[in-house]
Design a protein around this ligand. Sequence first.
Ligand code: HEM
Length: 172
Amino acid sequence: MTRTRPTTRKALLTLHLVTSLGWLGTDLVLLTLSIAVLRGADPAVVYPVAALVGTTLFAPLSVLTWVVGVASALLTPWGLLRHRWVLVKLVITTVMVLLVLFLLTPNLRAAGDLGAALPPEDRADLVIAPAVSTSLMVVATVLSTYKPWGRLRRATPGGTRRTPASAGRGAA
Ligand code: HEM
């Protein structure tokens, strides 16, 4: 079982919460900006702002969330491939990071450049993408708090009785 000092584990969890929930918050900002355009806000003003938020905050945060999430799993008794809720989060987050880097970010850049000239179907895409990713992040958050579905492999016989939730997270 992975042993990490309680202070290190708390620091890692804090970093994980700041990055992942910061990512969720930034996604909501992108959703708000894209909806604002559909409701009549000036695309020549709003899309460059969305492009800035997307490239300087959202894309880097997505990579950071993935890295810190994987570290949070590998450096704690949860493990990366031991619990179904962690594995599902890994899959959801990996797919989302790839979509953010290779689909959403280029689309946001194009919207920032084109402004009012962006076609209506591309404007709708800029609402759908953050709506879907925000929903997936809410799913990831719910999985994190409820931790459903148990382990992927049996615990080793004679192993510790402490749960990953309590192990190493005690008073520092
Ligand atoms: C690569 C993807 C991810 C992995 C492998 C991962 C893994 C983990 C692990 C192992 C923990 C427990 C840490 C501990 O107890 O010290 C945790 C906690 C948590 N994660 Fe993630 N995570 C990922 C992505 C996300 C995302 C995208 C979100 C939300 C947007 C999220 C939200 C949370 C929350 C709220 C907790 C705290 C749960 C609690 O302490 O009860 N994670 N994560």
